[in-house]
Design a protein around this ligand. Structure first.
Ligand code: AGV
Ligand code: CA
Length: 309
């Protein structure tokens, strides 16, 4: 039987690519998508999300609008990306997306979908975890309906990627946006698997990969994926280094968990400067699973195969 999945993403390019990848997975039943207004502005991001569903004829999958804003905002130039995406040739002429304010609020959709699910649900988070934490605070009993939370988040034995004032650089952005919710999620001790920078650092978006993907351009999804990734190649030196397969690697964990090296650890999350949002190993902390390595050759091949649609 197909695995029931709820996805919460935050509208960045690799979040949308992750949504596309989920839509190619035959044994995943995507029962809802919620969007967090973190690495995006919510209106154009919901439009992009809807357009990707339209592209594969799955626009009946319900969307939820994140109304909660974290304490540490993402840089505006990152957040503006979906406007460009909605104008791409494969997306611009699709029928008009609904008014984003007609969607249910994200936490309410998560509560509804978890309570009505016939089986336990896997939850994929590729942005901050605030919507899920809000939902579980509204309806704590629904923790029992969760099979596993897979979250692209954190940095344990490597540097973080936050470079800003009042910060020592140890945090990863998805945790830094809302450290309080992250700390709560970890403290729930759900079956939680983090895909942190420790493993995503092994999987950059390379020109070799993009060049191979471009040879598959006759497949609609390879064409669109290639256009999306090309948008990540422009670099604003002060913010950008390499664009990594952050969320896409976390998403692929659903399909190829055996290709990852994982470790059960005890950890916690800092909620204060100078390291707000740092995920750190701590014997007195909470139990969770982290991925530390991956078979990258298998992963890149998997992506190329999935986008042949
Ligand atoms: O920290 C990684 C997270 C992922 O969920 N995001 C991007 C991915 O969607 C934040 C981020 C870090 N560096 C970035 C980010 C960059 N250079 N551009 C946009 N977002
Ligand atoms: Ca993201």
């Amino acid at each position: 039987m197909a695995k029931l999945l709820l996805m919460d993403h935050d509208g960045a390019i690799d979040d949308l690519l992750s949504q596309l990848l989920v839509l190619t997975m035959p044994d995943v039943d995507l029962i809802g998508i919620t969007v967090t207004p973190a690495d995006c502005y919510i209106e154009p991001a919901l439009e992009s999300t809807y357009k990707l569903l339209q592209l594969v004829g799955k626009e009946t999958i319900p969307l939820g609008r994140g109304d909660y804003y974290g304490v540490n905002a993402f840089p505006n130039e990152w957040r503006a990306r979906p406007e460009i995406i909605n104008a791409l040739p494969l997306l611009i002429n699709l029928p008009q997306a609904p008014d984003p304010y007609t969607y249910q609020s994200a936490a309410d959709l998560i509560v509804d979908k978890l309570s009505s699910a016939s089986d336990k649900v896997t939850i994929l988070l590729t942005g901050p975890c605030s919507n899920l934490v809000l939902a579980l605070e509204k309806a704590p009993e629904l923790k029992d309906k969760i099979a596993e939370v897979v979250w692209m988040a954190g940095a344990f034995r490597v540097h973080g990627n936050v470079q800003t004032f009042q910060h020592d650089g140890t945090a990863e952005w998805n945790v830094f946006w809302d450290p309080i919710s992250a700390q709560k999620l970890v403290s729930f001790e759900l079956p939680l698997t983090l895909i942190p920078l420790d493993v995503t650092n092994h999987a950059p978006v390379t020109k070799v990969f993009l060049s191979t993907l471009a040879t598959q351009i006759d497949y609609k999804l390879s064409n669109l994926a290639g256009q999306l990734w090309a948008l990540t190649i422009d670099t604003i030196p002060s913010y950008h280094y390499t664009y990594f397969m952050w969320d896409i690697l976390a998403t692929s964990y659903l399909a190829m968990p055996d290709q990852f090296t994982t470790e059960i650890v005890k950890a916690n999350v800092s909620t204060r400067p100078p390291n707000a949002g740092q995920t750190y190993l701590d014997e007195a902390g909470y139990t969770l699973k982290i991925a530390t390595n991956v078979n990258t050759a298998y992963f890149y091949d998997y992506l190329l195969a999935q986008f042949k649609q």
